[in-house]
Design a protein around this ligand. Structure first.
Ligand SMILES: Nc1ncnc2c1ncn2[C@@H]1O[C@H](COP(=O)(O)OP(=O)(O)O)[C@@H](O)[C@H]1O
Ligand SMILES: [Mg+2]
Length: 451
């Protein structure tokens, strides 16, 4: 439960140190036993070689064994004793009595401790014509070998903790360096949660995990900031858009209430009020549609639609409105064109375009709608010979609340085309616009056919 409160740094270091400790201990044990095995082995080889060497200078005279030449012991710490057939010591170097008294055992290397010192003893039978006539025992003190092994043990015991210490310090340093950007992220996130959306993380030059995290985090912040900005803009535009008709309504109502007026004046005022409330309710319904679309909450009610029928009905309704402005409308279509889509939305799409074409038309202008097919797409063209859109306005007309010419626009809200764009997008279509100022505008919409 304490481990949970450890920082990642200490956790990494702890894991690293424990792993290294296990590794070093295992390595040391293997090293120690390998070296000690090798030392014992070479010691035993030496014993046998010494025995052979002493044997080679012995001479047998009957039962008596003598040296053929003055002997000299080849290795330091090596002693010997020669036994006759009865096991009596015959010739000997300055060997310890304990080693002389050891019972004879053929070809066997034994280890015994005398006065805290380990000795190795080896008995080799002496043969004459294949008959054993005695034994030679060679003994070596193991003191220096034990000393070597003890030194090795000491070195390993001291060096392991030192290794671990240095490795841990190094590991801690590296972990610290690697994780420092995360501390930065935490601090920045803290500032942002206090409301400072402008804060960004310093992007490290490396393209490691933390570098990528930083970049992703900054991208997320960019999007978040843009989103919040847009949301604020939307709210302010929306309230502005609703305040104007509301002010007109209040003004008319106040005027009517101040002093008595004739029926005609009251009627006119009420007409104005009705007009403005209709505009408000239109704006609100458009806003609601846009809001739902942005939230991704709009549920498409897809069905197979006959575009000819939909366009014809809209043209019938808008024909009268056009007639009032002395604008001629016409609709051309060669064949039946069916798409899959949401009827309410597709109708809204065409209404918004036709509505614009009529609104921004000049007196005795012309509005035409055409329906064609092209490579699995239905092509809807809405053209007018109206005011046109200036080149500098063109990139913005699909933005919410954007109106190229507010003074003339009058009844609009600047929401129509942003809704059009959204409807085209949810139907996986495309929209293009071509326009020349004072000559006219053409909207071209491509929607996938229902095949
Ligand atoms: N057919 C058109 N001819 C000229 N200008 C147009 C046409 N359609 C759209 N526009 C311009 O694009 C702007 C945005 O259109 P829209 O989103 O429908 O808003 P609204 O019609 O409410 O002003 C309009 O204000 C107008 O300036
Ligand atoms: Mg419009």
């Amino acid at each position: 439960m304490k481990a949970r409160r450890l920082t990642i740094k200490s956790k990494i270091t702890l894991w690293y140190a424990s792993f290294l400790l296990i590794l070093l201990v295992v390595f040391s044990i293997i090293l120690y036993f390998t070296i000690s095995g090798l030392l014992y082995k070479s010691n035993e080889d030496l014993l046998r070689a010494d025995a052979d060497q002493v044997t080679s200078i012995l001479r047998f005279e009957g039962n008596v064994i003598r040296f053929a030449e003055p002997y000299k012991i080849i290795s330091t710490n090596t002693y010997f004793v020669v036994f006759d057939m009865n096991g009596n010591a015959n010739l000997e170097s300055e060997i310890l009595p304990e080693l002389v008294n050891l019972p004879i055992e053929d070809e066997e290397i034994r280890y015994i401790t005398i006065d805290d010192v380990l000795w190795a003893a080896y008995d080799k039978p002496l043969k004459l014509n294949d008959i054993t006539i005695g034994w030679i025992r060679v003994s070596r003190s193991m003191e220096s070998l034990m000393g070597t092994l003890n030194n090795l043990k000491l070195i390993l015991f001291i060096s392991i903790p030192l290794y671990i210490l240095f490795a841990s310090l190094g590991g801690l340093f590296l972990a610290n360096r690697a994780l420092r950007p995360i501390d930065d992220i935490t601090k920045t996130a803290g500032k942002i949660s206090k409301g400072d959306l402008k804060q960004r993380l310093k992007t490290p030059r490396t393209e490691d995990e933390v570098g990528r995290l930083t970049v992703t985090f900054n991208e997320m912040l960019d999007k978040l900031e843009a989103f919040i900005k847009k949301e604020r803009q939307f709210t302010s535009d929306a309230s502005h858009e609703l305040r104007t008709p509301l002010a007109i309504i209040s003004a008319h109502a106040e005027q009517s209430l101040s002093g008595s007026k004739g029926t005609k004046e009251y009627k006119d005022a009420l007409k104005k009020i009705l007009e403005e409330s209709k505009k408000m309710s239109y704006v609100i319904s458009q806003l609601l549609m846009l809001y739902r679309s942005e939230e991704g909450k709009y549920k498409l009610d897809s069905e197979v639609l006959d575009l000819n029928v939909i366009v014809e009905e809209i043209m019938k309704e808008y024909g009268n409105l056009a007639l009032e402005k002395e604008i001629s409308v016409d609709f051309k279509s060669g064949e039946k064109i069916k798409i899959k889509g949401d009827q309410t939305l597709i109708t809204r799409l065409i209404i918004n375009l036709v509505d614009n074409a009529i609104n921004y038309s000049k007196e005795s202008g012309r509005v035409s709608v055409s329906l064609t097919k092209e490579n699995n797409f239905a092509i809807i063209k809405v053209e007018d010979s109206g005011t046109g859109i200036a080149g500098e306005d063109l990139p913005f007309i699909f933005d919410r609340f954007y109106q190229a010419d507010r003074a003339r626009g009058g009844q609009g809200s600047g929401l129509g085309l942003s809704i059009v764009k959204w409807i085209v997008e949810v139907h996986k279509g495309e929209i293009e616009v071509e326009s020349k100022l004072n000559q006219g505008t053409r909207f071209i919409i491509k929607l996938p056919l229902n095949l």
